[in-house]
Design a protein. Sequence first.
Length: 424
Amino acid sequence: DNKEIVNKIVNLRIEKAKLMGYDTYADFVLEETMAKTPKAVYDLLNTIWSYALPQAKKEAAELQAIIDREGGNFKLESWDWWYYAEKLRKEKYALNETEIKPYFKMENVREGIFTVANKLYGLNFKKIDHIPVYNPEVETYEVTDADGSFLAVFYTDYFPRPGKSGGAWMSTFREQWVENEIDIRPLVYNVANFTRPTEQLPSLLTLDEVETMFHEFGHALHGMLSKVNYKGVSCTNVYRDFVELPSQINEHWAFHPEVLKLYAKHYQTGEVIPDSLIEKITNAAYFNQGFMTTELVAAALLDMDWHTQTKQQSFDVREFEKESMKKIGLIQEIIPRYRSTYFTHIFSGGYSAGYYSYLWSEVLDADAFQPFVERGIFDQETAQSFRENILSKGGSDEPMNLYIRYRGAEPNPIYMLKNRGFVK
Ligand SMILES: [Zn+2]
């Protein structure tokens, strides 16, 4: 039972904020972010909420219809959601992973991310094997710019093995900086735990894994294209709510029909992925988005509510949560993604007054991708501007300044709402 601990943490944070001269802990934390103020965070979350909740209610009705049709004779509850959502997914989207995987051989997808980087930024990737690696499965590439100049070394380490951490991430062996007028170029790596090849089968990736590869490679681009003076602000050394922009925008190319035709080829026949499958992949992106967004925003608002308290006091954790959710009209079929007592992101991780970052970044990546939607997904002028103003700049300026230089305006949440299917 962590209720007492939650209480203690919240009160200590209020005290800390006051000592540092801030009204609330959120004000203290958000000063060094792109969002800057609790008001900006609340504004964004409330906007998204107003679109997500009606959609979640529609989805709840669809699930209730399945229960009724099956003669269930009970009302949908939060613990029923995923069970019936899965039935709905099969009915409505009929996306069969085994039918799709043959088109996503790991090597083909990796070729795909390199091709996209070449078409956008003119980068070239040459496989090399003369530099030391920490495991024989690690592969290395020399990355050069359009004019042939050396940019970075890129390492991939994609398969699980005993003793290796789970998940996927990007990092560097060496960051980028300038010393005595010499540009020290970065050594960047991507690690993942993708489906391992077997004796019969090559590594065939799931859609999630494909998305992950594009995501981590987006972080890698942020590292490899860095061009600043100081190590402390180079590569991905940026504010928490800005760091996912390069990675998440790169996901937009992963399943774009034009891009799929470049790399998604059947591993046995070489046949390009058929349009019918592309259509299924595109439609499946809208599945369950009302629910997913609602539970995420609810958790982000709960985080903000805890960290905008101004008075030290004894909080009734359960009541606090209830009030917080009542205020925004959360329906009983959905609970926030995390309840306070196991919300480790905000109470023991580094995401206090920061859980909103996931949504903030999504607003950014959707808005930042919009010029590519309007002018073409490989539009050179847009790509150059994105590289020049975002990918090469690290944390050398305020993120909002960098962003406005690229986009000409602050990010607009409308494109994120469109991507999630809330707005036509
Ligand atoms: Zn990431």
